[in-house]
Design a protein around this ligand. Structure first.
Ligand code: TRP
Length: 335
């Protein structure tokens, strides 16, 4: 039986942080190493243009994200790892899908609605700062997914709506032009931890509260020291359930280590000590990959060759798929 095809994209804005690692990268690589899935992972660099108009940032972020996945042991032979912008068939499909996508569907997109709401609150024109990229980005995302007949799409909760929209577009296309696309489903892993950041809100590049994954040791320690804690003194019992330090500990520790730390909280461990322990725990785990990361970051040739290999594999699927789609809608050579 053919392996189930899973596909997910990583928008290339920002530097991978502990929250990305625990919530997305680590489970994705572990899953792919079990070898039961046909996994497609890609750098969603066209999506990055929606959020950022800083070329240097978009470029550097692509490099860092690619190096991160490779350093953490992604096997690029058994998976397909590519840059979206290396597969031009995707943007072509995106236009064709644009023509079957109801505008009303896009009006309901959370990302667009949030932008409009923010404008209204500020007394601005509702569409102030809203590009067509932001408005119609679920269509590009649908093209990412439908192009490869992916059946499962691992995403965070905030992305479920987009997968449903992709299903909608696939259904509409299949109805108009005949069975062409597989209907994808979102796969939201409820078991993975969603980490809080330095200020206690969800760790996210949009809040500027992240701990980057591959900081040099000293900086990692410094960031961990900045995690917000309460004012309880050493010797006073602390509640693990409302502590970001404990939450991050748990995401990296074995069950025994977690039980141990829970006891130390009850015994009134000093915040300074708990943070020191947390630093040691994380640092020991990431140090080997960090060294590979630094080496890969500096090796453009290796990065390019890995991504080119992935793009070739991706295009081997995308080209015949697009040919099919073009034919289905009536774009064909005269005979
Ligand atoms: N929009 C997704 C995010 O912000 C990233 C993404 C782009 C994606 N294309 C995709 C995820 C296709 C899954 C499938 O997280």
């Amino acid at each position: 039986m053919a392996k189930q095809r899973v596909l997910t994209g990583i928008t290339t804005t920002g530097t991978p942080h502990l929250g990305n690692y625990v919530g997305a990268i680590r489970p994705a690589i572990a899953e792919s190493q079990r070898g039961e899935l046909d996994a497609f992972f890609f750098l969603a660099d066209y999506h990055a243009l929606i959020k950022s108009s800083e070329p240097a940032m978009v470029h550097q972020s692509s490099r860092e994200i690619a190096a991160t996945w490779l350093a953490l042991g992604l096997d690029t032979d058994s998976t397909t790892f590519y840059r979206q912008s290396d597969v031009p068939e995707i943007t072509e499909l995106s236009w064709i899908l644009t023509c079957v996508c109801a505008k009303g569907l896009m009006n309901r997109s959370h990302a667009y609605k949030a932008a409009v709401q923010a404008n209204e609150q500020n007394g601005d024109d509702p569409d102030f700062g809203v590009t067509m990229g932001l408005f119609s980005y679920p269509i590009l995302m649908a093209a990412d997914i439908l192009m490869f007949n992916a059946s499962k799409v691992p995403v965070g909760r905030d992305q479920i709506q987009h997968i449903e929209m992709a299903r909608d577009m696939a259904q509409r296309f299949n109805h108009l032009y005949g069975e062409t696309f597989v209907l994808p489903e979102a796969a939201v892993d409820g078991d993975v931890a969603i980490l809080s950041g330095l200020d206690g809100r969800k760790m996210s590049k949009s809040y500027g509260n992240t701990i980057p994954l591959f900081l040099p040791e000293k900086k990692l320690q410094k960031h961990i020291n900045k995690i917000k804690t309460n004012l309880l003194e050493p010797g006073e019992a602390k509640n693990p359930e409302d502590s970001t330090v404990f939450e991050i500990w748990q995401a990296f520790a074995t069950p025994e280590q977690t039980a141990d730390m829970r006891q130390k909280f009850a015994d009134g461990i000093a915040w300074g000590q708990a943070k020191k322990d947390l630093f040691e725990l994380i640092n020991t785990q990431v140090a080997p990959a960090r060294e590979r990361y630094e080496a890969i970051l500096a090796d453009s040739e290796f990065l390019e060759s890995e991504l080119k290999k992935g793009a070739e594999k991706a295009r081997a699927h995308a080209a015949p798929m697009l040919a099919n789609v073009r034919k289905a809608v009536g774009l064909a050579a005269f005979k």
